[in-house]
Design a protein around this ligand. Structure first.
Ligand SMILES: NC(=O)c1ccc[n+]([C@@H]2O[C@H](COP(=O)([O-])OP(=O)(O)OC[C@H]3O[C@@H](n4cnc5c(N)ncnc54)[C@H](O)[C@@H]3O)[C@@H](O)[C@H]2O)c1
Length: 374
């Protein structure tokens, strides 16, 4: 009789490190391949628009019942689901909780799980520790953007926020754009500087300088990477942007309307950002409710208020596939909002799963030998 058991491979952080989760150049290549699939349309994400970032638990402002969580900076739970085609043909989910106060407990801001399923049967064939997968795939996105959209010879990066995500972003930007030599880091917490600078020098030979203000980090930069968390969004003035720079919004930053209107916007997948607007329309607090999760938040507000014509926005997948010319010249300023997509977690997770199988890593867990009821 056929084997009707359901088993899953559990992959811990240390298994994934052995399988190469920290190999950023490879991750950038994998994420670039996913952008190509996005451009071709060989994917599905959640919801009727097939493009939703995820389904979020919004916590209320006051404790409605004892123990019920209340809203707070970067405090949420999110289920992000997708089907990914190409060589993958899998379904899966990234599920996480986030709370900016986690540092007080010695925990990272967010704690993530990646689940990979057979897209035919639904069997969850792997469950992976999601933090490094997510951080690496998140960083890899600006890495792909830098490869395709940065001006030729880009040398200097402005880093706003020196947390987990911007570490990955700078490693990826260096992988995508090897001409990068130095960076200026601004963080509201100067304590972040030493270990950030040491890691970048050790791993990729990028010299990081301390920037005492956002302006000091942005002004010299050919590429700006924004990834802050917490209650206050950084604000960037359009006069600070150097000619030809690429600004990647992995986290939100406040910018005036004319900065978006006068420059080029190329998104990771604008349809997903449109789905954020619909979420805002359904929420009692309106579009402001998605500020906690949408790095395109300020642009979304302008679109939602009818002040910005979103039909001008192009997508990175089309640039990767050669269907869009991308940058037009060395002076063009390009703004790149990236909201985070589960297709990227699936692709990097599956690549590592294949490697783990090859290396005999992980722990097999039996869901059932035979289904109790079927
Ligand atoms: N787009 C995506 O795919 C994606 C994926 C994951 C995380 N994110 C977002 O990236 C952001 C960063 O996440 P993280 O895990 O690195 O968080 P983190 O808490 O590890 O680091 C954030 C850093 O930003 C600094 N900071 C806070 N406010 C600042 C400000 N106004 N100016 C300068 N620095 C400031 C903090 O001191 C901290 O060092 C979060 O907003 C998160 O939601 C986006």
């Amino acid at each position: 009789m056929a084997d009707t058991s359901v088993k899953t491979l559990l992959l811990s952080q240390s298994d994934l490190v052995k399988a190469g989760v920290l190999d950023m150049p490879k991750c950038v290549d994998v994420i670039e391949e996913v952008f190509s699939l996005l451009g071709k349309g060989d994917y599905l994400m959640g919801g009727p628009l097939e493009n939703e970032h995820g389904q979020m638990i919004y916590f209320p402002d006051t404790e409605r019942f004892p123990g019920m969580p209340v809203t707070g900076p970067d405090r949420r739970f999110m289920a992000m689901i997708a089907y990914l085609g190409g060589r993958y043909k899998i379904c899966g989910e990234k599920w996480y909780g986030s709370n900016a106060q986690n540092w007080k407990k010695g925990l990272p801001r967010s704690i993530l799980t990646t689940i990979l399923n057979d897209s035919d049967t639904g069997v969850p064939f792997a469950i992976l520790s999601g933090n490094l997968i997510s951080a690496m795939r998140t960083g890899a996105v600006p890495g792909v953007a830098a490869r395709h959209l940065a001006r030729k010879g880009a040398k200097t990066v402005g880093v706003i926020g020196g947390g987990v995500i911007n570490r990955a972003c700078l490693l990826a930007i260096k992988a995508g754009c090897p001409t990068v030599e130095e960076a200026y880091l601004y963080d509201i917490n100067k304590d972040k500087f030493d270990s950030f600078a040491k890691e970048m020098a050790d791993k990729v030979g990028v010299k990081v300088h301390w920037a005492p203000s956002i302006e000091a980090a942005v002004c010299p930069a050919d590429i700006v990477t924004i990834a802050t968390s917490g209650a206050t969004f950084p604000r960037i003035e359009k006069e600070w942007l150097k000619k030809g720079c690429l600004v990647t919004f992995t986290g939100a930053a406040e910018m005036d309307l004319d900065c978006f209107s006068e420059n080029t916007v190329i998104a990771d997948n604008w349809k997903m950002h449109q789905a954020f607007i619909l979420d805002g329309k359904e929420h009692p607090q309106g579009i402001d409710a998605v500020g906690v999760v949408a790095p395109s938040f300020f642009l979304l507000r302008y679109v939602n208020d009818g002040l910005y014509d979103e039909s001008k926005i192009r997508n990175l997948g089309d640039v990767v596939n050669g269907d869009d010319p991308g940058r037009k010249d060395d002076d063009e300023i390009i703004l790149f909002p990236t909201g985070g997509m589960p297709v990227h977690d699936l692709a990097w997770g599956y690549t590592l799963y294949e490697k783990a199988l090859e290396m005999g890593l992980g722990t097999e867990y039996v869901f059932f030998e035979e289904a109790y009821w079927r």
